[in-house]
Design a protein around this ligand. Structure first.
Ligand SMILES: [Zn+2]
Length: 623
């Protein structure tokens, strides 16, 4: 290769790299120093983590992480490593049990009476801050000076939940995030988003977590993420659902006891904690913030619906990896500390919330119409078509200056973040008003034919009785009237591996025979509200809405025209009312009047031969 050619090649490579490296287009970075830097292990520490050794440039892969934890837990009597299930590609999803108890079985941990924290990292495996923070904290519990954290608390830690996606590693997976250099992928090996799977339970990963929740019964559950979206000063944002949701005592505890304590510790360590933030208008944060409670497809809402204190942690993607990991460490440590003093109180509060049996249960919470919600993470949280705005309060936002520019490429406006801190008072919509209520039935009857749905309800830990013989029961059932497939925007395309359904319903009182193997689910149980959200067709996270009942939309028996024609003639002769109804329908609906098939089907639907179960949602409500 001659010299000129070589230089051209080098130049070409440089150009490609420069153009494709999104990091160089991120908003300006603000230098950070904080007291939490003292948590980093010194070189020569035999338990220094891989991230510490690289000065937080990289994060260890699955094998390195699991091997490090194997060694750590073998060396420390305080730590036990277990597999909670296998991924679809066969990797163990492992969990560390940190406890001073001699016996680490779920029942012994429960018997100890100590509050139990369950924290998970890497549900979106590119957002892996929690893993590296947990490695450091567990190392310090085992061999540093933090053993006392376990005096009054037990701790479960899942370092990598989305294990397969963690190995789909690349520097090009998270263009809006400052490190680490190697990042996992957002969705699992089946391209399913684990943080949309809590209600439907398609994935082995989330099924494994639900099993842990049911077996160990943690008093607090933390799900650690990294944001996308707007720029602001906060490096760590977190919270529960605020006033939304079905666990008022727990929400109050998170807001008034947990958050002030955690904020104080984070600030003392040089971090900038903030509330969960979603800009009402992604180009202009001064228009307001929205706290949206999604349905139980999301970890935090799911936890709330089943009355388990749950926290969503969103580290800010534009802050450097080191700062984010250290903030997560401080938050995890603060959580163990507050559970030591306030955990028993949280247990009592949880018991009270679990005993609530509201007659009317909201299926959704009002949110204002969002503008420029290009970030799908945010718009996917909308769960109701009721967009009348709730009354907002205000928030002092530690924001960043921004300006709006006109694009020569799209001819539209876009935002530029200037990296200059600004404080502004903005409106804060917190979704305080419930919408779409459902009246609580005594219970639900689910026919044996819905075995897949029954199996998933069981995985949730919902208590049910299976009937050994068939039984006739007086129930209310829903006839589906109008329906569309696809998402709320009427886009007919699959979402998370499902064809979603939106339908209107008309209740019918029926005497329905439920065959042997059918189940009865009483709503008088701690998971009663979760059962309602999974079984009421109006709920956006019900199995109906997720498309588990698509077969009811098909009519499978029919009548020949040579039978229906004379039958229709006889029906009209015998009933002047029917004659009137038929003439009216023809006059009102020209398409009907000119469609032989529609007319004969109309007559067929008025005979006893018509399929009574067509468009009938097969789950019965006992009132
Ligand atoms: Zn995430």
């Amino acid at each position: 290769m001659n010299k000129n050619k070589l230089w051209f090649s080098v130049y070409a490579i440089l150009v490609t790299v420069t153009i494709t490296n999104a990091q160089s287009f991120l908003p300006p970075m603000i230098e950070w120093k904080g007291a939490s830097e003292s948590l980093i292990a010194k070189p020569g520490n035999p338990w220094i983590t891989s991230a510490e050794r690289s000065d937080f440039v990289t994060t260890p892969d699955y094998n390195e992480t699991i091997n490090w934890f194997k060694k750590l837990s073998a060396a420390s009597p305080l730590l036990t490593m277990v597999s909670i299930g296998k991924s679809v590609e066969g990797r163990d999803i492992f969990m560390i049990i940190a406890s001073t108890e001699e016996n680490n079985t779920p029942s012994s941990l429960q018997k100890s009476g100590k509050p139990l924290l369950l924290a998970q990292a890497g549900i979106h495996s590119g957002e892996i801050d929690g893993k590296d923070a947990g490695m450091m904290l567990l190392r310090d519990i085992a061999f540093g000076n933090k053993k006392d954290l376990l005096n009054k608390v037990n701790f479960l830690f899942i370092p990598i939940l989305s294990v397969d996606a963690h190995e789909r590693s690349s520097p090009y997976n998270r263009p809006n995030q400052r490190g680490p250099q190697n990042q996992g992928w957002r969705t699992n090996a089946q391209n399913l988003n684990l943080n949309r799977d809590y209600a439907k339970l398609d994935t082995k990963e989330i099924r494994s977590v639900i099993k842990v929740i049911n077996e160990y019964d943690p008093v607090l559950y933390m799900d650690i993420h990294v944001t996308d979206g707007a720029d602001y000063q906060y490096d760590i944002t977190f919270g529960g659902l605020g006033l939304q949701g079905n666990s008022p005592g727990i929400s109050q505890w998170l807001e008034t006891i947990y958050k002030p304590f955690a904020d104080k510790n984070l600030i003392a360590n040089g971090h900038i904690p903030g509330p969960l933030l979603i800009a009402l208008n992604e180009m202009d944060f001064s228009r307001g913030n929205v706290l949206i409670a999604g349905g139980p497809r999301f970890s935090d809402s799911y936890g709330n619906m089943r009355h388990m204190a749950s926290l969503l942690i969103e580290n800010h993607s534009l802050k450097p990896y080191k700062q984010r990991v250290l903030g997560t460490y401080v938050l995890l440590e603060s959580t163990l500390k507050i559970l030591a003093t306030q955990g028993q109180m949280l247990k009592e509060i949880t018991k009270t919330d679990k005993a609530i049996r509201s007659v009317k249960v909201p299926m959704a919470w009002k949110v204002p119409q969002m503008k420029n919600a290009v970030n799908f993470e945010n718009s996917a949280r909308l769960q109701t078509s009721d967009t009348s705005s709730p009354v907002p309060d205000t928030l002092n936002l530690s924001g960043m200056e921004s300006r709006i520019l006109k694009s020569k490429i799209t001819n539209a406006d876009y935002v530029e973040w200037m990296g200059k801190p600004v404080t502004m008072k903005i409106v804060n919509y917190k979704g305080t008003e419930p919408a779409d209520f459902i009246t609580r039935p005594k219970g639900y009857w689910i026919p044996a034919s819905c075995d897949e749905v029954i199996a998933r309800l069981k995985l949730h830990g919902i208590k049910m009785t299976t009937i050994p013989h068939s039984l006739e029961v007086k129930v209310e059932m829903y006839r589906i009237t109008d329906y569309t497939f696809g998402d709320d925007n009427q886009e007919i395309q699959p979402y998370e591996g499902h064809m979603q359904v939106n339908g209107s319903t008309k209740p019918e009182t029926r005497k329905q025979v439920f065959p042997a193997g059918s189940v009865y689910i009483s709503s008088d149980q701690p998971l009663g509200e979760l059962a309602m959200l999974l079984l009421e067709p109006m709920s956006k996270d019900s199995y109906f809405s997720w498309g588990f009942f698509l077969s009811i939309f098909q009519r499978t028996e029919y009548i020949e025209a040579y039978v229906m024609e004379p039958m229709a003639k006889k029906m009209l002769e015998e009933s002047p009312e029917l004659q009137k109804e038929f003439e009216l329908k023809k006059a009102q609906d020209k398409a009907f009047a000119n469609n032989q098939n529609a007319i004969l089907t109309w007559f067929y639907s008025k005979t006893k031969y018509y399929d009574d179960r067509y468009l009938l949602y097969p789950v019965g409500r006992e009132l």
